[in-house]
Design a protein around this ligand. Structure first.
Ligand code: ADP
Ligand code: MG
Length: 503
C-alpha cells in the first residue's frame, strides 16, 4: 500500500503514521454511536432487558410482532434520552416523531424498525474532548459537534453457526431501546475519534443513561471515514458498521484512511460503501454498497403519537441531573486546588471520581489526589484491575493521608502501610501502632543514631567537610538504622550540624 502521511490540520506538526510520505492527506471522521438505554423494560414493550438471559426468554408478543399487537412507549426510555440530550448540552426538541424504517430481517419480526428520522428527540449538541499529550506534554481541547440523538429499537440476533442447514434467532434484544448519537464530521484523527467515544461513554455513565459496556454490546459505533487533500471539499465516505471497542475504532480508521488514499493516489475513485472491520486481520472489507435514506421508505408510524414535552418536564429532568465530568473537573481545580491534569484523571471514570470524593471528604484534597493517582491507580494498573476491584477502600487511603498529615508517619512509611493494607487489609492507624511504625521525632533518639553512624565512619565524616553532598549518604544511613521511622527533616538538620556543614 502507498506510503502516506495523515495530517491532523489542528496541530502544526504532521502526525506521521507511516514514514516516507508521498503527500499530505487529511482524514475526516464522523461517528454514529448506538448506546443501549439503561432501563428495565424495552422501548415499546414490558419485556425485560436483562443481559445474558436464556435465548428468547425476554420476548413479549409485541417484540415477536404477533398480529394486532400495538407498541406502547416506555416513559423511562424517553426521560433517559432527554437526560442524555441535556448532558450533551443539546437542543431538546419538544415535539418528535417515530418513523418506520422498512427492512426485513428475521431478527426484527415486525419487518420494520421503529426509529426517528426527520424529527428526532434531541438536536444539536457538543462534546468537549481532550487529545494528547504531544511532545511538549500539552493536551489539546477540541469541541466535537453532535448532530442529533434519536430513539430507536434494537434488532435481535441471527445465529448461523450452530446447525448445518438451519439458522437460529434470539429475539431477546429485539425492541430494546437504543439512542443513536450522531456526530458531525468534526474529527480529524483516530486519536480524536477514540477520545470522542471515551468521553461520550464517560458522560453516559455519569448520567446513568447507558452502562457503556462495549463488550456486552451496550455501546457500538458506526465509523464514517473519508479523506481529502487539506483545504479541498469533503470526499466520499465509507461507513464501517458496528465497531465494538475503542481500540478497533482507532484501527479501523487508520486502515480505512490508508485504503482510500491508496485508491485516490492511483487515480481511482471511492465508492460509497458500508464496510466491516475484521479485528483479526486489522482490515475493513466491503459489506454492501451504501443504501440511501429513500431506500428505507421512512414514514411516520401510525401506531404511535408524536412525543410532546412541556418546558416544565425538561426543567424537572435538568434539575436532577448529576454533576458531569467537565463541571466536576472545573470544581476540583477551583475548589480543591488540583492541577487540571490530576483532575482530568480523577473524573475520567465515574467510579474513580466517586472514590476520590469519598476519600477526600474533609481532607487535604491535593494530597489525597496524589495518593490515589500515584499509589492506588498505579498499583491497580500493575495488577490489571479496575477501581471497582480495589482492596484498599477510600476510608483506608484517607486514614493513611491523615497519619502523614499529622506527622505520625513519613510519606515513605505511608507507602509501606499502603502495601500492608493492600495485601492484608486492616486499619492504618492500628497497623502503625501495632507494628511500631510511628515516626520518631524525639531529637535525642535521632541524635544518638546520627552520632553512632558518624563514629563508625570517621573517614567519610572528614571528607564531608569538603564534599557537603556526602551528607545525603549519612541521612540515608540514619534512616536505614531507624527503619525509616526517623523524621527526615530532623535527621537532615542534625547530620548537617554534626558534620559541620552550613545550611
Ligand atoms: P447515514 O444514516 O446515511 O449513515 P447519518 O446522517 O445517520 O447518515 O450519519 C452520517 C454520519 O457520517 C455522521 O456521523 C456524519 O458526521 C458523517 N459524515 C458525513 N459526511 C462525512 C464525510 N465526508 N466524511 C466522514 N464522515 C462523514
Ligand atoms: Mg449510518
Amino acid at each position: 500500500m502507498t506510503e502516506v502521511t495523515l495530517v491532523d490540520t489542528r496541530t502544526t506538526e504532521a502526525k506521521r503514521l507511516i514514514p516516507g510520505a508521498t503527500g499530505d492527506w487529511e482524514v475526516i471522521i464522523g461517528l454514529e454511536v448506538h448506546a443501549q438505554v439503561s432501563s428495565n423494560a424495552k422501548l415499546f414493550s414490558g419485556a425485560s432487558t436483562e443481559f445474558g438471559a436464556e435465548p428468547n426468554s425476554n420476548v413479549s408478543l409485541v417484540d415477536a410482532a404477533m398480529p394486532g399487537m400495538l407498541p406502547v412507549i416506555n416513559e423511562e426510555c424517553v426521560a433517559q434520552a432527554v437526560r442524555t440530550g441535556l448532558g450533551l448540552k443539546a437542543q431538546i426538541n419538544k415535539r418528535s416523531v417515530f418513523d418506520r424504517k422498512n427492512y426485513f430481517y428475521p431478527d426484527l419480526p415486525q419487518g420494520y424498525q421503529i426509529s426517528q428520522f426527520k424529527d428526532p428527540i434531541v438536536g444539536e449538541g457538543v462534546i468537549l474532548i481532550s487529545v494528547g499529550p504531544d511532545k511538549q506534554g500539552n493536551f489539546e481541547e477540541v469541541e466535537i459537534g453532535v448532530e442529533r440523538l434519536h430513539l430507536e429499537q434494537d434488532a435481535g440476533k441471527s445465529i448461523h453457526d450452530q446447525h448445518p442447514t438451519m439458522s437460529y434467532v434470539d429475539l431477546n434484544r429485539t425492541g430494546v431501546a437504543l439512542m443513536e448519537i450522531v456526530s458531525k464530521p468534526d474529527m480529524r484523527s483516530s486519536d480524536e475519534a477514540k477520545a470522542y467515544v471515551t468521553k461520550l461513554r464517560t458522560i453516559l455513565r455519569y448520567l446513568g443513561t447507558c452502562d457503556g459496556n462495549m463488550e456486552q454490546g451496550s455501546m457500538r459505533a458506526d465509523v464514517n471515514v473519508s479523506v481529502r487533500r487539506p483545504g479541498e471539499d469533503f470526499g466520499t465516505r465509507c461507513e464501517i458498521k458496528n465497531v465494538n471497542s475503542i481500540r478497533f475504532v482507532g484501527q479501523s480508521i487508520e486502515y480505512e484512511a490508508r485504503r482510500q488514499i491508496a485508491i485516490l493516489e492511483d487515480g481511482g475513485v471511492i465508492d460509497q460503501q458500508t464496510r466491516l472491520f475484521d479485528p483479526t486481520k486489522g482490515e475493513t472489507r466491503s459489506m454492501r454498497s451504501k443504501e440511501d435514506a429513500h431506500d428505507y421508505r421512512y414514514f411516520p408510524d401510525p401506531d404511535l403519537l408524536p412525543l410532546e414535552f412541556t418546558q416544565e418536564y425538561i426543567d424537572e429532568l435538568a434539575k436532577h441531573l448529576p454533576e458531569l465530568p467537565d463541571e466536576k473537573k472545573a470544581r476540583l481545580v477551583s475548589d480543591m486546588g488540583l492541577t487540571a491534569y490530576d483532575a482530568s484523571i480523577l473524573v475520567s471514570e465515574k467510579a474513580i471520581a466517586d472514590y476520590f470524593e469519598k476519600a477526600a471528604n474533609d481532607r487535604d484534597g491535593k494530597m489525597t489526589a496524589n495518593w490515589i493517582i500515584n499509589n492506588l491507580l498505579g498499583k491497580l494498573n500493575e495488577a490489571g484491575q479496575g477501581i471497582e476491584e480495589t482492596p484498599v477502600s477510600p476510608d483506608q487511603i484517607g486514614a493513611i493521608v491523615d497519619l502523614i498529615k499529622a506527622g505520625d508517619i513519613s510519606n515513605q512509611i505511608g507507602k509501606e502501610v499502603f502495601e500492608i493494607v493492600w495485601n492484608e487489609g486492616g486499619n492504618p492507624a492500628e497497623i502503625v501502632e501495632s507494628r511500631g511504625l510511628k515516626q520518631v521525632t524525639d531529637t535525642g533518639a535521632i541524635e544518638a543514631a546520627v552520632d553512632e553512624i558518624i563514629a563508625a565512619n570517621p573517614d567519610k565524616a572528614e571528607q564531608a567537610k569538603e564534599k557537603p553532598n556526602l551528607a545525603g549518604w549519612f541521612v540515608g544511613q540514619v534512616m536505614k538504622a531507624t527503619g525509616g521511622k526517623a523524621a527526615p527533616q530532623v535527621v537532615q538538620q542534625l547530620v548537617k550540624s554534626k558534620l559541620g556543614i552550613d545550611g
